[in-house]
Design a protein around this ligand. Structure first.
Ligand code: GFB
Length: 325
């Protein structure tokens, strides 16, 4: 497979970004966007354009048009999105559907109109069919029913991927997409009502240890399995794809390894030093039971995850403790 890829790449020239290329990181204060800014800076890219939400509302088409007309970025990482954990997705389906749809409609339209050289769009592993064969390969998209707890988010993100392909087909743009697995790391959202499982469990365990609580509540049965990728690895994958990949099909980004939520909870409990009990509350939903990506496509191109889960969690726990001491 690797040999086939190397052979094909001899005939496909992918132009990498120059150190001075003007790069717009949309969503630079979010988990992925902030990691992208760090990784781009570390790799010598110094001409970044960023706007906070109050400076530029990406759901406002006129504002987005004006921004692109003024700044004319050459490259765009579209890391801005309305994201959240299983509960936030169930509680705010309209927000997840409409905000994500608007952001991508506006940014892709302006990126095309103002001649962006290349754009990377981010999907999510949760938009694959609920019962997709595991590990999930790229062409499983749209082959079956979605997980009900996040269907509105999934429909928006699937449209985003398909819209990138449509622009490429109709206007010969260079819009690529990737499909990240569940992410965690510096800059995560620790709000217990809207967060994903890793930051939620870090906060619950650290706070329980501090307060001397007897138990911590874990949502669901603990049986679902998830794959977790450190956001620094994700940002490196985004840069790698921007500089090395061209193609209509999205690319999975993950570790290829899954862990049951119960085992994840025990691991975070141990790393945070909480000695009480874990209580599984099955009144909360499990969501999809298994979600693991097949990452052979990106690995065959030469990218590999680097951050081990235990080390990544230790770093995230220390960050939470430092910021909330
Ligand atoms: O991370 P999470 O909210 O998202 O939940 P999904 C993963 C699993 O952890 C579920 C369980 O089975 C939860 O029930 N869990 C246990 C907890 N304790 C907790 C807790 O305290 N907080 C949270 N949040 N979960 C999301 C999608 O699905 O994945 C999004 O809804 C997004 O759209 C994201 O794509 C990557 O993996 O279930």
């Amino acid at each position: 497979m690797r040999i086939i890829f190397l052979f094909l790449s001899l005939f496909t020239t992918v132009f990498a970004m120059e150190p001075g290329s003007k790069i717009f990181v949309a969503g630079h204060r979010g988990l992925v966007g902030s990691a992208l800014v760090r990784v781009l800076n570390e790799n010598g890219y110094h001409n970044l354009v960023t706007k906070t939400h109050s400076e530029l509302d990406l759901t406002d088409q006129k504002a987005v048009d004006h921004f692109f007309a003024t700044h004319k970025p050459q490259y765009v990482f579209l890391a801005a999105a309305k994201v959240g954990g299983i509960k936030a997705n169930s509680d705010y389906p309209v927000d997840f559907f409409t905000i994500n749809s608007r952001i991508q409609l506006n940014v892709l339209e302006s990126a095309h109109k103002y001649g962006v050289e290349k754009l990377l769009f981010l999907g999510s592993s949760c938009i694959y069919p609920k019962h997709a064969p595991q590990p999930i390969v790229e062409n499983s998209l749209l082959t079956g029913k979605l997980e009900p707890s996040n269907e509105p988010y999934a429909l928006a993100k699937i449209s985003g991927i398909r819209l990138c392909q449509a622009y490429n087909k109709q206007f010969n743009t260079n819009f690529i997409s990737c499909m990240p697995t569940n992410l965690y790391g510096p800059g995560d959202n620790y709000d217990l009502k809207t967060s994903h499982v890793v930051p939620a469990l870090i906060r619950k365990m650290v706070e329980a240890k501090r307060s001397g609580a007897k138990s911590v509540e874990i949502w669901g049965s603990g049986k679902p399995k998830r794959e977790f990728l450190h956001v620094n690895d994700m940002a490196k994958a985004c840069l790698f794809l921007m500089n090395n990949y061209e193609g209509q099909e999205h690319v999975n980004v993950g570790t290829g390894k899954e862990i049951p939520i119960g085992a994840l909870a025990k691991l975070i409990q141990k790393l945070a030093g909480f000695t009480g009990e874990l209580k599984f509350n099955t009144k909360f939903p499990d969501g999809t039971m298994l979600k693991r990506l097949d990452i052979s496509k990106i690995e065959n191109m030469g990218w590999h995850p680097e951050v081990d889960l235990v080390e990544g969690l230790k770093g995230a726990i220390s960050e939470y403790e430092r910021q909330n001491s």
